[in-house]
Ligand binder design. Structure first.
Ligand code: SF4
Length: 195
């Protein structure tokens, strides 16, 4: 099964503890008012890539701590993302997963694919973005969202390591600028060509 991938960044310091690759999935059914990532709502096919290829890329990155799954809604592509998690965790790397579903919905779901993604997730950031509930917590777009440590692979002391309003700009060797992080509102992702 392939991942419908909206974007990939091989190194970021604002999407979880340490230096992490980030994969943004295409498609989100939640449509939170004020979402900065509206271009990722559609489930149109964007870049289809296998879990094995993603894992191989991440494992080959020198000094990388793991992967962050963002979106879009990662739990809408839970099975192939869980496969990525399985493969990279075998190499000692860690998984951070963002979800717009509340934690209690994720944990009470009987869906085996969701259980699989939870099983390989070390740090879960869960809950919809609520525009009228701003917060200053690292990794959260609004104060209803929860940060849950699901394993000891990412120590509780690893976060917060910077304030929540960090925004990161990455310029690729081809001149593409990726902007990501936590501005005044929801977390966001944007890619544009350098003129
Ligand atoms: S904030 Fe996240 S969960 Fe909400 S609509 Fe945007 S991508 Fe989906």
């Amino acid at each position: 099964m392939k991942i419908n991938c909206a974007g990939f960044l091989d190194r970021s310091r604002v999407n979880g503890p340490g230096e992490r690759a980030v994969l943004w999935v295409q498609g989100c059914p939640l449509h939170c008012p004020g979402c900065f990532n509206r271009s990722l709502w559609s489930f149109k096919k964007t870049h289809l890539i296998s879990a094995e290829d993603v894992a191989e890329t991440i494992i080959s990155l020198p000094g990388i701590d793991g992967i962050t799954f963002s979106g879009g809604e990662p739990f809408c592509q839970a099975l192939p993302l869980a496969e990525v998690g399985n493969l990279i965790r075998r190499e000692g790397l860690s998984v951070v997963t963002f979800s717009g579903f509340p934690a209690e919905v994720l944990f009470s779901s009987g869906r085996s694919a969701w259980r699989e993604l939870i099983r390989v997730t070390d740090l879960l950031v869960a809950g919809p973005y609520i525009r009228d509930a701003p917060c200053g917590t690292s990794l959260c777009g609004s104060r209803n969202q929860e940060i849950l440590h699901l394993s000891t692979r990412i120590p509780r002391t690893a976060y917060p390591e910077r304030d929540a309003r960090s925004v990161e700009f990455t310029i690729s060797r081809h001149g593409e600028i990726t902007t990501t992080g936590f501005p005044e509102m929801s977390f966001f992702y944007q890619k544009e060509e350098c003129g």
